[in-house]
Design a binder for this molecule. Structure first.
Ligand code: FES
Ligand code: FES
Length: 150
């Protein structure tokens, strides 16, 4: 079955099967920033923006994405690099496997909450797991990034 998507501003047509999930469709078509850590909607590694909202692409059927707009980290490289520097400065980026999903969630946080409290940041980010570092450095990095934007 064919689906029409707009990915990172470009119109694309992909052939998908009825039981295929969006994370697999994206990876199959070269969007390798979309990682898979659990395939059950529990780790956040596959986070992308779907019509501007952060979603877990490993639990969304590709057919449901027909006609919608997807943003992966490949579509926001400048912003991602900026956030990445803050993560690196705080020692949060180790293996980097979780980073694309984490950055897509940080960008969505920035859009959703103005001047978030620590609790709001932690709550917002709690679906993005990182197995290398703790979350204290991540909190520092996010706060410094948001501060730097003021
Ligand atoms: S791979 Fe999608 S939430 Fe873990
Ligand atoms: S840096 Fe390795 S899982 Fe997050």
């Amino acid at each position: 079955m064919k689906i029409n998507l707009k990915i990172n501003g470009e119109k694309k047509v992909f052939d998908v099967s009825a039981d295929e999930y969006l994370a697999d469709t994206l990876r199959k078509n070269g969007y390798l920033s979309v990682r898979k850590g659990c395939d059950t909607g529990s780790c956040g590694a596959c986070t992308v923006h779907f019509d501007g909202k952060a979603i877990l692409s490993c639990v969304m059927l590709s057919l449901r994405a027909d006609g919608h707009e997807i943003t992966t980290i490949e579509g926001v490289t400048k912003k991602a690099e900026k956030i990445g520097k803050y993560l690196v400065d705080e020692g949060v980026d180790q293996c980097g496997y979780c980073s694309p999903g984490t950055i897509m969630s940080i960008l969505y946080l920035e859009k959703c909450i103005e001047n978030p409290t620590d609790e709001e940041i932690l709550h917002f980010m709690n679906g993005n797991l990182c197995r290398c570092t703790g979350y204290v450095g991540q909190l520092r990095a996010i706060k410094k990034y948001l501060e730097g934007k003021k």
